[in-house]
Design a protein around this ligand. Sequence first.
Ligand SMILES: O=C([O-])CC(=O)C(=O)O
Ligand SMILES: [Mg+2]
Length: 554
Amino acid sequence: MQGLIPPGQSDLQCEVDRAHAALSKCCSPLDKYQAVMNLKETNGDCFYGLMAQRLVDYLPIIYTPAVGEACQQWSSLLARPQGLYISISDLGNVANVLYNWPEEDVRIAILTDGERILGLGDLGCNGMGIPVGKATVHTAAGGIHPRYTLPITIDVGCNRRSIREDPFYVGLRQERVRGDKYDELVDEIVDCLRQRYGPSLVIHWEDFAASNAFRLLAKYRERGYATFNDDIQATAAVTLGALMGAQRLPGVPPLRQQAFLFFGAGQANLGAAQLLVRALAEEGVPEEDAKRQIWLMDSQGIVYTGRKGRQLTPQKEAFARSQADTGLAEQVGKDLSKAVGLIRPATLIGAAAQGGAFSEGVVRALNQVTQETFGENARPAVFALSNPVEEAECTAQQAYDWTDGAAVFASGTAFAPVRRNDGSTFLPGQCNNCLVFPGVALGCVAAGATEVADSMMLAAARAIGRKLTSDELQRDSVLPRIERLSEIARAVGAAVSLEAIASNKASPSGLSALRCLPELGGTEPSELLQLAEGCIRQMQYDPFVPGSGLRTSG
Ligand SMILES: O=C([O-])CC(=O)C(=O)O
Ligand SMILES: [Mg+2]
């Protein structure tokens, strides 16, 4: 290497600082995305060092929202492969493809088929940015070694013509394969993953369309895989965590007394509704009563039994209002402010990828019905969860302005703090599944979990609600600040492993690693936190002595 690199020596910290200074010169988030991904490719130690130290600066780049733009432009980005591509033409040959992945010890596989990337829809093979970004967050926040993560894009085609016809498109130029062949491919992938990486490999599903997401999750859970769907379960856990956090603010009505209106009946809201029912059940509310507190609204209006048109999916059917609500549903039609006026919820959760759907009229009506029902100091919850930011149902500023500061607000993509008239600031919570999935994976890996049970997701939600600090509460945040992501991931990890042990979902290897935990009894056992810290990459360069040959790492 002598002569091929400059003579001055820098340690890792200097390289991290230099990389940050260089990246600060990028003019757009997309430029920064490309530059930082290039760094990942050329100097992994420096990249992960930078992510660990400045996650809050780089999360909006490697993750939502810039990663969404990167996926939209993926074909023309000169992106180097950072994960594994398995296509429908590999059917019957998946094992060989999988053995091309160089790592022997993978603990988490993150799979997408690119059909529902964030709120951006079908991006086909260009969705690869998402599992790659999620893997990076598993490392940067959860401390999972990058070699333990395997991002996979399953290419079965793309139903967006503009993408298929893009001359630079990197995927298969065909419509999506569906039905038996699709299922066979996913089966083969999951089987081969288990064969190569063992039964406690965590399978993390990401950004599948609802028609596949629920089915695949149920199928592989039933088959005894340690598996979770980020968009259904982790989004649900962070949403429930935000609802639990809101309970700690004065004026927010008790969960068991409210009506909840879910705008959008896709994976995120259905998952949240399912988990909410479980949480209410633990408060002693019978399941049927809990369901009666919940209203779903999709593109056809209120979800109710016997609704004309397309048949309800089983997941929607579980929350369909009874025939007794037919009159109300017909009166509402597709009008959200009418729904608010007639249902009188105190919580409105949007996850329909319809930017701006929470209009001034809707938010004002929500505030009014909340105060009429629970008194003039009562505060409604407005959660605008769709990603990326253009898809958000309303902005933080709007929610505050339209309710004279009464609303408690959370969003999927971050909004800046909002200044109040008295000079203090509201701190909008970022209700993004990144507060959950790294901790869930960490907890599962640490405990050698054989299943990702609902109770483990509930434990994750509770851990998040508990972690809110008094400063955050004072600024009306319903979730811990994203700056604390690593700390939250470890707390969620601890809670998830403890619950895995308590519900007999931990395997002997995990149990022996965690053998001291039950006696510790606390909610954040220091042993587990140490274990988590132990997983973290030791980012050190070996000293380079001129004339002695290569650096051994870096
Ligand atoms: O990636 C994110 O920001 C959250 C998420 O899973 C999605 O929107 O699909
Ligand atoms: Mg997702």
